[in-house]
Design a protein around this ligand. Sequence first.
Ligand SMILES: Nc1nc2c(ncn2[C@@H]2O[C@H](COP(=O)(O)OP(=O)(O)OP(=O)(O)O)[C@@H](O)[C@H]2O)c(=O)[nH]1
Length: 343
Amino acid sequence: MQYEISKEKSAEFLRQAIRHMSMQDAAFHPVSYAVWYEYSSGEHAHLIDEVNTLIEKEKKLNEKSTAQLFNKHIAHLDADSTKSIVERFNEMVTEMTSSTEKAGQDTSHFRQSLEGWAGEIGQLAPHIVQRMDTLLSDTHHMQQSMHTLQDKLESSLQEVVQLKNEIVKAKQEAMSDGLTGLLNRRGFDLALQQSLESASVHEHTCLIIGDIDFFKRVNDSYGHLFGDKVIQTVAKIMKTVAGDLYTAVRYGGEEFVLLLPHTSLETAREVAETIRQHIANISIKNNITHRLISNITLSLGVTAYQPGETTDSFLNRADQALYLSKAKGRNRVTTLSEELAAA
Ligand SMILES: Nc1nc2c(ncn2[C@@H]2O[C@H](COP(=O)(O)OP(=O)(O)OP(=O)(O)O)[C@@H](O)[C@H]2O)c(=O)[nH]1
């Protein structure tokens, strides 16, 4: 979807979209707006064909068919485009609300003038009074329609606010892990990309990857629920250590990542060592046996981003460092610079 078009062109699409929307059964909301805006822009041949076929068959689009068109042709858009749709709809409704309000005021004013004239003319030319009455009654209807439209627009605005909140919430949910509340892998990919894009050549970005040792044994010995509790406890420690400076991630089952922007390799190693020690010192209560379990350990790998390398190569090196920690006996931190990884 392209939104980089001139204001005049986009205003033209907007006008067309409103005209189309007003002829359908579906209500005014961002979903129908998005469908009709895209239809009016003429960009999506498939969408246009499908809409035309539906209109031919059903005359008007209802909520269901509008939602289906949205899901099929528009819902896959990235979050920025979705946000753009909602913002444009919001602007449109706000503009329409204020023009309707103004039109309502003008109509009310016109009606008052008519009433005034009716009184005056009635005395001079009684035969015109009946026509004036009709005119007054029409104006009254028009005023009522304005109020109805205004009410509808105001409720559309509320819907937009709600939709915006839902988009924000859905975005957050899609990026976070349900068990721990940390960022999930998808969230991490985005955070890593943003961090590398915003870092200058002279700044270091580091990664720590940690993996709970012999976690299968933990599950086998104390049960899956206890295993979950261990994951949550490790996540809590990662989050505390991360604070506002770093980003903690549940990368996979029992694997965690800490993203450290503007951080030297040496500092990252110290942070990893702090995490390792924290975890080696925890005791977690087994809710079934009521015993404290304290032999939980984490192996960690640390590395720094090398300018120009791909994120895959960055991640692979951190993984390699983690693998070395496991191979050397677990419960330890291994730091791997680019030269060492290549050797
Ligand atoms: N309780 C629980 N277990 C999980 C979860 N996700 C993955 N696991 C378990 O984590 C275990 C990972 O085991 P392995 O990959 O064999 O590794 P490990 O036993 O930790 O051994 P090393 O990594 O070599 O030290 C598997 O048994 C998975 O079932 C989860 O969300 N909750």
